[in-house]
Write a protein that binds this ligand. Sequence first.
Ligand code: HEC
Ligand code: HEC
Ligand code: HEC
Ligand code: HEC
Length: 279
Amino acid sequence: MKRVKYISMVATAVAMTAMASGSAFAMVDSDIASTKHNLSATGGGNQTGDTTEICVFCHTPHGANITQVVPLWNRNMTAPTAFSTYADLGSSTLDGSIAAVGSVSLACLSCHDGQVAMDSLLNAPGSGNPATGWTFTSPDSTMSADGFLSSGIAMLGTDLRDDHPVGILYAAGNVVGNEGTPANFTDPDFFGVEVTTINGTNYWYVETGSAGRDRADMILYTRTDPNLATGGSVISGTQPYVECASCHDPHVVAVDANQVSFLRISNAGSALCLACHDK
Ligand code: HEC
Ligand code: HEC
Ligand code: HEC
Ligand code: HEC
C-alpha cells in the first residue's frame, strides 16, 4: 500500500519536472568523459596530462584486483581494517549489522579515502607497464601533485562514522530469495526488493522505475558474512547490502540539480532516500 502511494508520488514529481523543463522524462545518462571521474588529459577538474585513457584509473581488461568483488578493478586498495565504520558511532536505533569495509565501497574509497594515489594502478597503459609517477593538477586544490585527494567534501578519509552506513545489511536481513515483502524483513521500515538470479547466486535491487534491473535502481550488493548476528539469530548465506554504489553510479552525469554527485536517481523530494526507507 505504502509503496504504491510512493510510486504515484514519484510519478507525479517526474511528470511535473518533465513539464517544467519541457522535455520528456530521460533516464540518467552515462557519459563519464564529461564528469569529475574523467581524470585524464581530457578531464575538466582534477586531472593528469600524462594519459588520455579514462577507464584505466579504475578498470583493466586483464590482471585485475580480485581481493574484493568489483568488476575488473585496476586499483590498489586500503586495508579494510584502516577504517572506522558507522558501527563505531554506536547509533542506538541501528538494526542491521555492518560488515567490514569491502565490496564496491572499498573500491570507491581507493580514491576517496585520500590514502591511495590516483595512479596507484595494477596495469598502466602500455605492455607490462607499472603505474608511473604521473603529475596531477587540481583547479580547486583538492588534490596533491602526486595524485592524492587531500581536502574538500569528496575526501571522505578513513573515518566513516560521519557517512551514511555502507557494508550495512538491507532491512537488517531476512531478505528471502524471491521478491521480499517488508513484513518478513527484520526491519520492516524498508521497501520490498526484487531479486535476479545469475549463475546460481541471488542479486537484489530496489526497483525505482521501469521493470528489470537497470542503473536507475538502487543496486544491493550480495555478501556473505556467517558471523553476522541480528535480533539474536545468525543470518547465514548471502544477503543484500547497501554499498556506495547502491546510491551512486560512478559513470553518470546529472540530469537535474538534485541528481548531482553521480546519484542513480534525482533526489528531488528526497526520492532517493525514500526509495529504500519507508518514512
Ligand atoms: C572512477 C572510477 C571508474 C571509472 C573511471 C570507470 N569506472 Fe566503470 N565502474 C566503476 C565502479 C566502482 C564499478 C562498479 C559499480 C557498480 O557496481 O555499479 C564500475 C562498473 C563498471 C561496469 C559494470 C557495471 C555496469 O554498470 O555495467 C562496466 C561495464 C564499466 N564499469 C565500464 C567502464 C568503462 C568502459 C569505463 C571507461 C569509459 C569506466 N567503466 C570507467 C568505476 C569506474
Ligand atoms: C539503498 C537503500 C538506502 C538508501 C537509498 C538510503 N538508505 Fe539510509 N539506510 C539504509 C539502510 C539499510 C540503513 C541501515 C538501517 C538499520 O539497520 O537500522 C540505513 C541507515 C540510515 C540512517 C541511520 C539509522 C540509524 O538508526 O542510525 C539514516 C539516518 C539514514 N539511513 C538516512 C538516509 C537518508 C537521509 C537517505 C538519502 C540521502 C538514505 N538514508 C538513503 C538504506 C538506504
Ligand atoms: C580513480 C579515483 C576515484 C574512484 C575510484 C572514485 N572516485 Fe569519485 N571522485 C574522484 C575525484 C578525483 C573526484 C573529484 C574530487 C574533487 O573535485 O574534489 C571525485 C568526485 C566524486 C563525487 C563528487 C561529484 C561532484 O559533482 O562533486 C562523488 C559523488 C563521487 N566521486 C563518488 C564516487 C563513488 C560512489 C565511487 C565508487 C563507485 C567513486 N567516486 C570512485 C575520484 C575517484
Ligand atoms: C544511501 C545513499 C548513499 C550512500 C550509501 C553513499 N552516498 Fe555518497 N551521497 C549520497 C547523496 C544523496 C549525496 C548528495 C549529497 C548532497 O547533495 O550534498 C552524496 C554525495 C557524495 C559525495 C559528494 C560530497 C557531498 O557530500 O555532497 C561524495 C564524494 C560521495 N557521496 C561519495 C560516497 C562514497 C565514497 C560512498 C561510500 C563510502 C558513498 N558516497 C555512499 C548518497 C549516498
